[in-house]
Ligand binder design. Structure first.
Ligand SMILES: Nc1ncnc2c1ncn2[C@@H]1O[C@H](COP(=O)(O)OP(=O)(O)OP(=O)(O)O)[C@@H](O)[C@H]1O
Ligand SMILES: [Mg+2]
Length: 221
């Protein structure tokens, strides 16, 4: 994959200020501040129900906060790999098809893909170790293989901000190592990455940690 940095490491790609979110009357987030910088990995930790996925939804623009401000750097591309992705088991799409979809944001879905795009897709599939399964129907993959395919889709988007919700949950040590290396690749090439986890040590290098408890920031380091 290209290793040209997207943005300078000091560039702030996302800034959340005093975010509050109510979900059906439940205070999912309260007064949360967070910043994401290009080339840095922010790990978001906290118990079940502490608001981690809600924070990613706000960061991705999928949920509007009831209070507070979300500033995304103008013109950035955002990629999100949700915690559990409902993919129809009989969806007639291969790993290559799913990853190719990641290029659509830059190409437009109706423009024929170029050789360079196909190379990008092939390289991303290789990066997550799925070359042998590139033609397999997505619904037949194991959970770990599927997470890696979705990560490859995020890779080809060359997103400035990559949001990963428990990317290693339930995966074996090989898949975890592949994903840790892929995240390191993302930050090395200038993406700002936010990864939700229950175990910060599973990442190769964490730059910042944000710990949530009951929707509030308990600790940052
Ligand atoms: N639609 C909803 N209505 C009411 N409460 C909700 C709704 N969605 C989420 N919540 C609550 O909001 C809180 C935060 O949920 P969230 O999914 O962000 O937690 P999380 O930290 O990602 O948890 P987990 O580690 O289990 O994934 C939880 O208490 C959850 O029960
Ligand atoms: Mg969650």
């Amino acid at each position: 994959m290209s290793s040209t940095p997207l943005l300078l490491p000091t560039t702030r790609v996302l800034s959340l200020h005093d975010i509050a979110v109510d979900l059906d009357g439940h205070p999912a987030l309260r007064g949360v501040d967070a910043e994401v910088h290009a080339g840095r990995l922010l790990a978001v930790v906290g118990a079940n129900g502490s608001g981690k996925s809600t924070l990613l939804a706000v960061a991705a623009g999928l949920a509007s906060p009831d209070r507070g401000t979300v500033e995304r750097r103008a013109g950035i591309r955002v990629a999100l790999v949700p915690q559990s992705t409902p993919l129809a088991p009989h969806l007639p799409l291969s790993v290559t098809d799913i990853v190719t979809m990641g290029t659509w944001g830059r190409l437009g879905a109706w423009r024929p893909s170029r050789r360079s795009d196909r190379d990008l897709v092939r390289d991303a599939i290789a990066t997550v170790g799925l070359t042998d399964l590139a033609r397999r129907q997505i619904g037949t993959l194991s959970g770990g293989q599927r997470q890696r395919a979705l990560l490859a889709q995020a890779l080809v988007q060359r997103a400035d901000l990559v949001l990963l919700d428990e990317p290693m949950a339930g995966l074996d040590s090989h898949s975890r190592a592949v994903i840790a290396a892929t995240i390191a690749h993302l930050t090395a090439t200038g993406s700002g990455v936010v990864a939700v986890t229950h175990d910060v040590s599973e990442f190769t290098a964490v730059d910042d940690v944000l710990e949530l408890q009951d929707g509030r920031v308990l600790r940052r380091s």
